[in-house]
Design a protein around this ligand. Sequence first.
Ligand SMILES: Cc1cc2nc3c(=O)[nH]c(=O)nc-3n(C[C@H](O)[C@H](O)[C@H](O)COP(=O)(O)OP(=O)(O)OC[C@H]3O[C@@H](n4cnc5c(N)ncnc54)[C@H](O)[C@@H]3O)c2cc1C
Length: 405
Amino acid sequence: MTQVAKTERPARASYDVVIVGGAMMGSSTAWFLAQNPDFNGTVLVVERDPSYEFAATSHTNSCIRQQFSTGLNVKISQFGAEFVQNLPRFMGSDAPKLTIQNFGYMYLANSAAFADVLRASHKVQVAAGAATQLMTPDQIKAAYPFYAVDDLTLGSINTVDEGYFDGITLFDMFRRGARAKGAEYIANEVVAITKNPTGSRVDRITLATGETIACGQLVNASGTRGAKTAAMAGIDIPIEPRKRFTWIFTAEQPLDRPLPLTIDPSGVHFRQDGKTTYMAGGHADYDPAVDQTDFEMDHTIWQDHIWPAIATRVPQFEAIKVIREWVGHYDMNTLDKNAIVGPHHDINNFLFLNGFSGHGLQQSPAMGRGTAEWLVYGGYRSLDLSPLGFDRVLRNQPYLEKAII
Ligand SMILES: Cc1cc2nc3c(=O)[nH]c(=O)nc-3n(C[C@H](O)[C@H](O)[C@H](O)COP(=O)(O)OP(=O)(O)OC[C@H]3O[C@@H](n4cnc5c(N)ncnc54)[C@H](O)[C@@H]3O)c2cc1C
């Protein structure tokens, strides 16, 4: 099932930067690096599966929001929104103009305690410049008559730069742009990482085809395999693959206005997809780390959990039909559901780009930019990502993101 193309050999025996994983994060980093006039080094991106069939990037729901519980994540997504909506400015006049379908995320609370969480997050978001608004159940009903609101205590929505966008085109632009600017991509797998005798630096990587390649700096952008790649350098990170399900459905009676990305108190989320199609996502109640080859659909989740929750919240969705479904994995950071980014404290030419916990697609512009800054300048220049650094993992001090989906 996870057959790996191990066919391409690198052109050189040594690179300034080696990136392990060439999906969204690896390609965003390669692009930001390659277009930086202060960088004139060599970049090798090693990708074990250039079809990206099992990458999180290929299974994403492509949504972007500013409703996070940490100000830094709000800022990261604000740059994501600016980048997505201004591709020609950032990538050149040939780049397509992408839009964000700004129907917003609608977080719904059905208890006083959860309403307090929404109020606290609202303060954080507004302080960071987000346009989030709190809504009473009556206000929700007036704006979106299709919702059942009797059990609700509060809602929270932001319709500025919050919705979904064409994430696959963005990925394609990063990857093609990075290659065009000189980053070398090969279909191969990194199977070992060798440090220098004192263990203070990564010296080289070994490929599945047997070559050893010297590297100046190494970026771990290997998604759900991030912990495996870190372990090759003797580093332990709390990242696990988690299974996430997506369904596309039609309704016998489509809604009369766009459906926000609704985060129901049951944990189910659903949104407008096409003009008359909708998307729902969720996971099983029991949500362990899964085997990296397990992409099996579990139909009972839709039947017993997702559909009942959707039809309860939007009674018009009693009559719906699933037209497409898929299973993906994302890289959950079990410490605090936030990214781990930046250098290892001892092995400081080993950089993390891991643990995006379901919000990595929208974070890719800011993460690629920040990682490239670190690689070139040894520090962040635009947005300080150091609260997401590896130190907190070492100290076991979570930098918790409460709003994950
Ligand atoms: C169902 C689902 C819905 C999602 N919805 C959203 C959303 O709405 N909004 C959002 O922002 N995010 C969303 N995400 C999360 C987002 O898709 C991910 O955070 C993002 O794509 C991560 O990109 P990545 O490059 O880090 O990892 P991946 O896309 O998993 O890529 C890692 C790559 O590394 C390669 N690799 C691994 N090990 C090696 C090795 N040893 N050698 C060579 N190559 C290797 C793999 O083959 C893979 O291609 C969703 C994820 C899922 C699964």
